[in-house]
Design a protein around this ligand. Structure first.
Ligand code: ADP
Length: 480
């Protein structure tokens, strides 16, 4: 055979093979892969190619069955969970949903999109969207008001796990977690939304709040009577007292006042927790309010031998909308703590108040590390109140619990035995209910001694957006 003919012949044989190779390259084994008959010395090549194709087909089938087994396992695990689970990919397409989630949402399969689930949770149709349940914990101790759609975007972008504590949905309550799912390179490739039913816990908590509310209310009347009678005795309205009697009645009055304070704290917590407390902001000169709190605390400040310095802004600030009673309570609690937890006779408490600028639109989304607290209200300006003391500080290991109900750190209990652990909890409830923010830094001071760093003191902050506290309707005011 002449050379050209031979070459032509070889080309024809290779052309027959090409579709087979292409199918293998594209992993297209559907319907099987047939290797055509080859001739003229190519028979052996056909056998080799056939063997390779068979091997690949076999391998592929194995992989597929492994994948199917894993997927079935995953589905089984997700299905068996008592929480609702919805998994989605980077394009927010739903990949997997368990029957608990279907049951919670009450959606048909064809309606189960991430968008519909989010709309249902935000209760757009019932207009409840602005309620406090849209507060999310973005990172430990960092809470932001944001919708679920926004939270999903943030989770995808930053890889944060985002948590909502109490989301009402169809007569029930859920704790909702939005978790990133990562690929083998560690990149966020989708997410999982998990809904735990916490209805029972919420009901028990409500029963407890109701009990505390009723009990405190009932306690107030006899306590007020005790206070009045002690006062009358001390005023000697019903005859003189000798010094021993006077001493006892004074102790009686002191204890009664402490009890009244505690009962009021209980009442206020239950009013705030149940959302019955109204918030009525009115234009206020914030500096005056702070000075009033300091003046009211004068007896305690003197008793502790503490120095309180208010670093007033040079120019008077513009008036800001504050609920005066509630803000008085916030500043009072922070200052009382600062005075109590700083050293007797050498305590120094510095109160600061300044206007801070919001982030400029060009800097949006480009915050640097350490600037987290600088732009807490986005582009909006805000007032920043700070209360710094030179006291015992808050140990690192308990810092995440410090705003918790009844929580008191060991070092504080040693310093002062009669605290209730409710003051900061009240501060947090008030601040969050009114659209403001609070956080702290401890130690506030550090120094290096013998190569070792020691720290002391605490600095509490409250940020109030320039628009002021958010008003809220309700039937109760603070008990005082
Ligand atoms: P209480 O002061 O009645 O214990 P709070 O709710 O006001 O309760 O504070 C809770 C806890 O936070 C305190 O027990 C203490 O451990 C810690 N704490 C609050 N303020 C300070 C502060 N300025 N310095 C050190 N620890 C503080």
């Amino acid at each position: 055979m002449p050379d050209e003919e031979r070459e032509q012949y070889a080309r024809e044989q290779i052309a027959k093979i090409k579709p087979v190779i292409n199918k293998v390259l594209e992993e297209d084994y559907a319907g099987g892969v047939d290797v055509p008959d080859l001739k003229g010395g190519f028979e052996e090549a056909k056998d080799i190619i056939q063997a390779v194709v068979d091997k690949l087909e076999e391998k592929n089938a194995k992989l597929l069955s492994l994948y199917e087994r894993d997927y079935a396992n995953l589905k089984g695990w997700v299905e068996s969970m008592t929480s609702g689970v919805l998994m989605f990919d980077s394009k927010k397409q739903v990949l997997l949903v368990n029957s608990m989630l279907r049951q919670i949402m009450g959606l048909r399969d064809e309606e189960l999109s991430l968008e519909n689930v989010v709309a249902l949770m935000e209760q757009k149709e019932t207009g409840l969207k602005e309620e406090g349940f849209l507060y999310a914990e973005v990172r430990e101790g960092v809470w932001n008001r944001m919708g679920f759609g926004e939270a999903i975007d943030l989770m995808m972008e930053k890889g944060y796990t985002i948590k909502y504590l109490k989301v009402p949905l169809k007569e029930k309550f859920f704790e909702v977690h939005i978790n990133p799912v990562r690929d083998e390179k560690g990149q966020v490739s989708g997410g999982a939304m998990v809904l735990h039913d916490i209805t029972m816990m919420v009901e028990i908590d409500k029963m407890k709040t109701d009990f505390v509310s009723v009990a405190s209310h009932q306690l107030r009347t006899p306590l007020t009577a005790m206070r009045l009678y002690a006062e009358m005795l001390l005023n000697e309205d019903v005859g003189g007292l000798n010094s021993g009697q006077k001493d006892y009645v004074e102790k009686l009055q002191e204890s009664t006042l402490r009890l009244i304070k505690l009962v009021n704290e209980f009442l206020n917590v239950s009013r705030l927790e149940s959302g019955r407390l109204k918030i009525e902001p009115e234009l206020t000169q914030f500096e005056d309010l702070i000075e009033k709190v300091i003046a009211d605390l004068k007896p305690l400040i003197e008793e502790r031998g503490c120095k309180v310095v208010f670093d007033k802004p040079k120019e008077p600030l513009l008036q800001i909308a504050l609920d005066q009673g509630l803000m008085h309570e916030v500043v009072n609690n922070l200052l009382t703590n600062a005075v109590y937890y700083s050293p007797t006779q050498s305590g120094l408490v510095e109160v600061g108040l300044e206007r801070k600028a919001g982030i400029s639109p060009e800097k949006m989304g480009k915050k640097e590390e350490g600037e987290e607290n600088e732009y807490i209200f986005g582009t909006s300006d805000y007032l920043l109140l700070s209360v710094r003391d030179n006291g015992i500080g808050i140990p690192k290991e308990v810092q995440s619990r410090i705003f918790g109900k009844f929580y008191r750190a060991d070092n504080a209990m040693r310093e002062r035995s009669d605290g209730s652990g409710l003051g900061l909890y009240l501060v947090k409830l008030i601040v969050e209910a009114s659209g403001c923010k609070t956080w702290f830094k401890s130690p506030a001071f550090t120094k290096i001694e013998d190569g070792k760093e020691t720290g002391w003191g605490t600095m509490f902050y409250v940020g109030i957006p320039i628009q002021g506290m958010l008003p809220k309707e309700g039937e109760k005011t603070l008990a005082a």
